[in-house]
Design a protein around this ligand. Sequence first.
Ligand code: ADP
Length: 167
Amino acid sequence: MGDIIGLYPGTFDPITFGHTDIIRRAVKLVDTLIVGVAINQEKSPLFTLEERVAMIKASLEGMDLSIRGQIVVEPFDDLLMTYAEKRKVEVIIRGLRAVSDFEYEFQMVGMNSFLNEDIETVFLMADARYQAIASRLVKEIAQLGGDINAFVPATVVPQLLAKVGRR
Ligand code: ADP
């Protein structure tokens, strides 16, 4: 089977402590973890693809990881399963927050298994402290003048504040 390659896909607009917690868990399970940043134009991201990739890389530098494998951060614009096949991914990793994530993820796994039934999806839960964090809400809090330090890595804070015109 060789080295296990895992893919953690998302929009990461921007990366939060929920995402970093899932990354911290995922690296223990695979030899190489690809953090795949989706262009996701239809979600109209606040940050450009390049900014999102750079913020993930900067956040990882500040992380204390008990690494089993290496981490690669890269953008993708293919269909998820096409990208996963190209990169020889065996496991797709997704985070689960509340029950609200379940229905959407359940459907995705079902559809994706039609496209390639050999790639498994594994769901990880973040630590209770981070489970409620969602990029969408963090952006709202930033826009409305709230303190975002508890939600995103320190390197993301000034960039998010600058985006919403607070510095
Ligand atoms: P997407 O647009 O694919 O949902 P996101 O960047 O919002 O991308 O999320 C990427 C993945 O990280 C998803 O599987 C999502 O459920 C998970 N995730 C996001 N925030 C959290 C969190 N606080 N706890 C656990 N998983 C999370």
